[in-house]
Ligand binder design. Sequence first.
Ligand code: INI
Length: 156
Amino acid sequence: MPHLKTIEGQLDASGLTFAITASRFNDFIVDRLLGGAVDFLVRHGAARQDITLVRVPGAYETPLAAKKLAASGKYDAVICLGAVIRGATPHFDYVAGECAKGLAQVMLESGVPIGFGVLTTDTLEQAVERAGSKAGNKGADAAAAALEMVRVMKQI
Ligand code: INI
């Protein structure tokens, strides 16, 4: 669309600081998301020493850690990684729902971009597909979205 003043975020991570939360629950999936997120940030100019990793027990605890990280003022963005996989009970709905709701609340209240890299899948196979195989890597996607939002927010 021509002649519009347009604000867009460039995917340039140089000089920025990031915190990543990674849940221990389903860690064999989450470690793949972590690899994808770090690889994305470094390939786009972030320095490894500017990326802080915080391990949390599960997706349910993630918003609390993200809230403190966002409020600390130390990070340009927080990227949250986890995997909630549906089981035979309604537990999934509570864990996934509270995690997503909590992270949205943290982002809006803090003004710090949050990358939502928490998989919510019906099966383990669907999680594997999204953790670096045929459906890409949602950790890298969450890092990309967080980075884009940092650059957008700096211009608005
Ligand atoms: N936590 C996850 O990150 N993924 C899951 O799939 C999951 N399931 O299925 O139970 C899960 N539960 C743990 C939860 O996040 C808390 O750590 C736990 O309830 C203790 O507060």
